[in-house]
Design a protein around this ligand. Structure first.
Ligand code: DPX
Ligand code: MG
Length: 574
């Protein structure tokens, strides 16, 4: 646009709005408050941004976290302290799950600082730096704008850091600066263009990989959750096919390598692996780990940490036993490796011998009391029916184990929040994801305890007419905790979950709430859910409190043992 044609006044709020739109954000998630109202007006005025209101800031941050899974960058806009401190939780999730969520908070008027005023929504002291200081710990870049002139530089810095690191960033905008005059943004390439690999490091890492693999007879690939965040799924597939070896996947990376691919050998997490993946992982003598996360959960309380020397390719570096290469982009490294590796399908051939036979699935009779296995069997049918447009969200609890056991048909997507593990994440996260992908059929598997944490966000699914199917497994409490370490604290107040949906509908909603006590009732409810396209459908599935997966019990046993390790000496002689 010629300078003369541009509207006269451009503000800090406009600058931020323009940059958010330029990095690919189409929807921003908000809860209003008097510190951010002018800023919200500015964001609202941008033609490429649509405001999505949320019921509270925890849910708002989790909705933005889910939107980031679907879109890449996302934005959560909240008010000072009372809002932002709740939104820190979803921001922590985005940090641990490697998602570039931009947390934007309104803040006190810049004049109040020098005037030593005590302000509402704050700690009641005159220190107004605490929120920014806290945000620094849970983001890759936190900026607090104190002068309008600084806004372009600070906003660009925060956005670029988030996009490069795939981590959240924090931008604090004082209430009197959103409308302050500001220059217009320069080319967006300065913010979004990636840093290319260092040519020498890339070359050296490739040579080191050849050395690592030489003399190894049984290589295997292990895929981890950072693969998708690095945007390198296609390159990994090419490498796998060039090698022809077995490919195992970590639980948090389910779906990042196609499960119908002949080289897929299951989900590896020690004794609770699917399809016998643990046997072939332990048989291998070389392991290419791509975007992996070895934590106490994925290693089943440290019982399943691979014990051979590993080659580890991360988002921006590669590590070998005895060597490290920085500034090597994952996609570029995988592509260079594909052109060098030898075909060696030893692990895949052996897996053919080790592979467990398919389990005979028992169909319950229509009048049989509903069980966990029957819920899973029918959810598998639902997944298969329109796989290429289905995304399955699985919540912390036994839903993790049940979801991970399901077979992902071609095109089906899978979302899990295994590093942060916040119960209740799946409702707002699926809402955020659905805002970006309304064309997909979204299924949530969630337990009753998790549901009670964030249930309000269902009213947003009603408001935006999103046909999300919520399979709520009511086992009357925190069963995962019951099996790990029981106590009265694992009991919760039962709700009439199906009835709750009517309250969210009020007079205008089209959501449906259904109760399934038997296999046949669940079948009927699933049919209703697939036909209800004007809002969410919640199916409450009643099962026995101890009806849980054997994987949960085994995993819970070892994780509890790891949690309960006695303290080691402090090194001070005591
Ligand atoms: C807790 C967990 O009902 O699932 O299948 O019955 O276990 P299951 P529910 O949703 O219960 C979940 C419950 C209390 N974890 O068993 S996994 C601790 C926890 C957490 N996140 C937050 N608070 C506590 N993971 C926010
Ligand atoms: Mg439960």
């Amino acid at each position: 646009m010629a300078l003369s044609m541009q509207p006269k006044r451009f503000t800090v709020g406009d600058y931020l709005a323009e940059r958010l739109a330029q990095i690919g954000i189409r929807h921003h998630f908000v809860v209003p408050g008097d510190y951010n109202l002018v800023l919200l007006d500015k964001l609202q005025a941008h033609p490429d941004l649509t405001e999505i209101g949320c019921t509270n800031e925890l849910n708002c941050s989790m909705a933005a976290e889910g939107y980031a899974r679907a879109n890449g960058p996302s934005a959560c806009v909240v008010t000072y302290s009372v809002g932002a401190l709740s939104a820190f939780n979803g921001t922590g999730s985005a940090y641990s799950e490697n998602l570039p969520l931009i947390l934007i908070s309104g803040s006190p008027n810049t004049n109040d600082l020098s005037e030593n005023h005590i302000l509402h929504h704050t700690l009641g002291t005159t220190d107004y730096t605490y929120q920014y200081e806290m945000a620094k710990k849970i983001t890759c870049c936190a900026v607090s704008i104190f002068r309008a002139e600084e806004a372009p530089r600070l906003i660009d810095r925060a956005l670029r850091a988030a996009l490069l690191a795939r981590k959240p960033a924090y931008i604090e905008v004082p209430s009197n600066l959103a409308n302050a005059a500001c220059v217009r943004p320069g080319p967006i390439s300065a913010v979004v263009d990636p840093v290319a690999s260092d040519a020498a490091a890339l070359d050296a890492a490739g040579k080191c990989a050849a050395e690592y693999l030489s003399g190894k007879l049984k290589p295997i690939i292990l895929v981890g959750p950072k693969l998708r965040r690095a945007g390198a799924e296609k390159e990994l597939l090419e490498l796998a096919e060039a090698m022809g070896c077995a490919v195992a996947v970590q639980p948090a990376a389910k779906g990042m390598f196609p499960e119908d691919h002949k080289q897929f050998v299951g989900i590896f997490w020690g004794q609770v692996s699917t399809c016998g993946a643990d046997a072939i992982v332990h048989w291998a003598d070389a392991m290419i780990c791509v975007g992996t996360v070895f934590n106490d959960y994925s290693t089943v309380g440290w019982t399943a940490m691979p014990d051979i020397p590993l080659m580890t390719a991360e988002m921006d570096h590669v590590t070998f036993p005895g060597a490290h290469f920085s500034r090597v982009r994952l996609s570029e490294f995988l592509t260079s490796l594909s052109s060098q590796v030898n075909f060696n399908d030893t692990t895949l051939v052996e897996y053919g011998r080790l592979r467990p036979d398919p389990v005979l699935v028992h169909n319950a009779k229509s009048g049989d009391a509903l069980t966990r296995k029957e819920v899973s069997r029918q959810v598998q049918g639902l997944l298969n029916s329109e796989a290429d447009r289905t995304t399955l969200f699985v919540e912390t609890g036994d839903s993790w184990f049940n979801g991970i056991q399901l077979q992902l048909p071609p095109g089906a997507q899978f979302e899990i929040e295994m590093q942060w593990g916040h119960i209740g994440w799946s409702l707002p996260a699926a809402f955020g994801y659905a805002i970006r992908h309304p064309e997909r059929r979204i299924i949530i598997m969630i337990g009753d305890g998790s549901f009670q944490v964030t249930a309000q966000e269902i009213s947003q699914m009603v408001r935006y007419k999103l046909p999300i199917i919520i399979v709520l497994v009511n086992n009357r409490g925190y069963t995962i905790e019951v099996e790990i370490h029981d106590g009265s604290y694992n009991k919760i107040k039962n709700w009439d979950y199906a009835m709750l949906i009517q309250a969210f509908n009020s007079t205008d909603g089209k959501a449906k709430g259904l109760l399934a006590n038997t296999a046949g009732e669940f079948t009927d409810a699933v049919k209703v859910a697939t036909k209800n396209l004007e809002g969410p459908t919640l199916i409450e599935c009643t099962i026995d409190q101890d009806d849980c997966s054997k994987e949960l019990i085994t995993w819970g046993h070892f994780v509890a043992a790891a949690n309960g390790r006695p303290p080691r000496g402090t090194g001070r002689g005591d």
